[in-house]
Design a binder for this molecule. Structure first.
Ligand SMILES: NC(=O)c1ccc[n+]([C@@H]2O[C@H](COP(=O)([O-])OP(=O)(O)OC[C@H]3O[C@@H](n4cnc5c(N)ncnc54)[C@H](O)[C@@H]3O)[C@@H](O)[C@H]2O)c1
Length: 443
């Protein structure tokens, strides 16, 4: 033990992590690397088998090495059984999924199931840290309904996670801030101690406010994306260029340069569900969040705009082959949840197109999403684009951005359309190769 200020730092806590997705697995590996003993529970038997067999079920830069080290020295183990995970734990992290229901509400079934089980199984005092993204008010309700009824004292902390997939390990060690929402200062101290090797402002507040910070942050970032897409669409109509406009707008320190890239819009496992979730919270609380509604609508429309550009350029897509380069919702991940490419593929297939899809990491997950003959999957982008009338650059993987676009064009069919869904290619060079080039607001 070492003393830090008035806190004693213990590097060998027993920690349970429930759920080994992008959040839970990163937390489990990094906390074990910090010296704690971590037992992670996973209910998906295929994933559990992989984890117990030393195989990483997801791609996340830098995670594999940590995983090998901490499983090798026995600091991180895996189980399907919550009781086993809880056996020695004084701290438990919930990192299960909170997907959207069909009406946009947040599905709390996984979170509630874990909370019920913890309340039933806990046999010694426990601090429960909620890392899953849950709507404001959820923590208070979970505490009242489940944890206040447990046989032993359970402290509840909202500690929302802000990591970015593809950069999750870096973000674990270098977050902009750690948000700690709890009812008592001594509980916050426990988390400050737990994260003592992470240099970041540790911001403490009440539980509901911490939950709101997560939703407000994602909604704001989504707003920036939809806003710049609106400006790009207007640029097309007035003859301005978003390439000139967006960087100059971003130079204003009050605005900042991030999330001002016009294109197909946001996707992924967080922004779409969290914006819809917050919108539903607003409705439920009798509040009309008009701005957020518009952000969601603009994002959905952006995909349709992309498809309309393709249909117009090809004079209809029935029977035509179209390549989609990039299926992951962004580069650096194998996650295809709510990826713009998937919506575009759906639209194009429903219009009769044949799809050649290519991605360096996400083919396995994408194949499960499209069990249809209308789509073929490729690892080689040059093969994917052969005989295509159009190519859509949907994810800005560096290996796609840096393709030999002259060579790609030689294998294509007229009108050789290239839709740069991320506004990342050098449009003058691309046009010189003879493409019919389309993007968003790049006059
Ligand atoms: N993915 C991100 O970039 C990110 C970033 C910040 C916050 N979040 C939030 O964190 C939460 C988790 O996200 P994720 O992307 O890691 O989810 P995920 O779907 O990738 O992983 C969740 C895991 O929990 C497991 N699980 C569910 N119920 C379980 C149970 N009872 N016992 C054991 N395992 C169980 C599932 O099988 C799955 O493997 C979500 O609320 C999400 O909104 C995600």
């Amino acid at each position: 033990m070492m003393r830090i200020g008035r806190l004693y730092m213990s590097k060998d806590k027993h920690i349970a992590v429930i759920g080994t997705g992008y959040v839970g697995l990163v937390a489990a590996c990094c906390l074990a690397k910090s010296g704690h003993r971590v037992v992670a529970a996973e209910k998906n038997s295929d994933k559990l088998k992989q984890l117990q067999g030393g195989v990483m079920p997801i791609y996340e830069e830098g995670l594999s090495d940590i995983f090998t080290a901490v499983t090798g020295d026995g600091r991180l183990t895996f189980t399907s059984d919550l009781k086993t995970a809880l056996a020695h734990a004084t701290v438990l992290i919930i990192a299960v999924g909170t997907p959207s229901l069909a009406d946009g509400r947040v599905d709390l079934a996984q979170v509630n199931a874990v909370a019920v089980a913890i309340a039933r199984l806990a046999e010694k005092p426990l601090t429960v840290i909620m890392k899953s993204t849950v709507p404001p008010g959820t923590g208070k309700s979970i505490f009242k309904r489940y944890f206040s009824q447990a046989k032993v004292p359970i402290q509840y902390v909202s500690n929302p996670e802000f990591l970015r997939e593809g950069k999750a390990v870096w973000d674990w060690y270098h977050p902009d801030r750690l948000v700690i929402g709890c009812a008592a200062p001594e509980v916050a101290d426990q988390l400050i101690e737990l994260y003592s090797d992470i240099e970041a402002p540790k911001v403490t507040m009440d539980i509901t406010s911490a939950e709101m910070v997560k939703y407000a942050s994602n909604a704001f970032l989504a707003t920036k994306i939809s806003f710049i897409n609106e400006i790009a669409n207007l640029c097309e109509r007035v003859g301005a260029s978003i390439d000139a406009v967006a960087p100059a707008v971003g130079m204003d320190k009050r605005i900042g340069p991030h999330f001002l890239q016009a294109g197909l819009g946001y996707g992924g496992s967080c922004f779409p569900k969290d914006t819809k979730g917050l919108e539903h919270v607003s409705v439920f609380n009798d509040y009309n969040f008009n701005l957020l509604k518009a952000v969601i609508e603009v994002n959905a429309r952006q995909r349709v705009t992309a498809v309309r550009k393709i249909i117009k350029a090809l004079d209809g897509v029935t029977g035509k082959k179209i390549a989609i380069l990039g299926l992951a919702f962004k580069p650096g991940t194998d996650d295809v949840r709510e990826a713009p490419a998937l919506d575009i593929i759906d639209y194009l297939i429903s219009e009769g197109a044949k799809i050649a899809a290519c991605d360096p990491l996400a083919l396995v997950s994408a194949k499960q999403r499209f069990p249809t003959e209308d789509i073929q999957f490729y690892t080689d982008p040059y093969q994917a684009c052969r005989d295509c009338a159009a190519v859509v650059l949907a994810t800005e993987w560096p290996e796609f951005v840096n393709l030999d676009w002259e060579q790609i064009k030689q294998g294509m069919q007229m009108p050789c359309m290239l839709l740069d869904g991320r506004n990342v290619l050098d449009k003058d060079v691309i046009k010189r190769y003879g493409y019919r080039y389309e993007a968003f607001g790049r006059n």
